[in-house]
Write a protein that binds this ligand. Structure first.
Ligand code: ATP
Ligand code: MG
Length: 139
């Protein structure tokens, strides 16, 4: 299992607010190389599958509605220790608890609408990358 790649989504609020360029700049300035990138959207079935681990949680319907309401930007990022370093760069799930300078501190509105996703393990980075990209879209 490789340890130098992670997967991210810039969520609908980031696209709606015009924050895509600024967030990608933060990501590359932190030393991540973009190896796959596209503007796309998820169907309700896609979001239910992507976040299936949360399907018993009280916020699940709200999460699916949020993630399917508009365009998202998905990317695969390469860097040593990618998963952990990217989680540090994005900050805590709740922006009120996120460290200064993190992407969620800068660009997230709330725990529900929190600007970005970052994979939580090398295994999930691989699964989530394959969910959104075909082999020929990855460089
Ligand atoms: P992500 O998986 O999107 O990177 P995360 O790993 O920081 O976020 P998770 O616990 O996996 O957090 O939650 C997935 C997503 O569900 C969160 O990013 C957020 O959009 C939403 N969410 C989590 N907790 C809540 C909550 N208490 N109320 C509303 N939405 C929530
Ligand atoms: Mg998560």
């Amino acid at each position: 299992m490789r340890t130098d790649r992670t997967f991210t989504m810039l969520k609908p609020d980031s696209v709606e607010k015009g924050n895509v360029g600024a967030i990608l700049e933060k990501i590359t300035a932190a030393g991540f190389r973009i190896v796959a990138l596209k503007l796309t959207q998820m169907t309700v079935a896609d979001a239910e599958a992507f976040y299936t681990v949360h399907n018993e949680r009280p916020f699940f319907r709200e999460l699916v509605e949020y993630m399917t309401r508009g365009a998202i930007v998905v990317a695969i990022l390469e860097k040593d220790n990618a998963v952990e370093d990217f989680r540090s760069l994005i900050g805590a799930t709740n922006p009120a608890e996120a460290a200064e300078g993190t992407i969620r501190k800068l660009y997230a509105a709330s725990i529900g609408e929190n600007a970005v996703h970052g994979s939580d393990s090398d295994e999930n980075a691989e699964i989530e990358s394959q969910f959104h990209f075909s082999e020929r879209e990855i460089f």
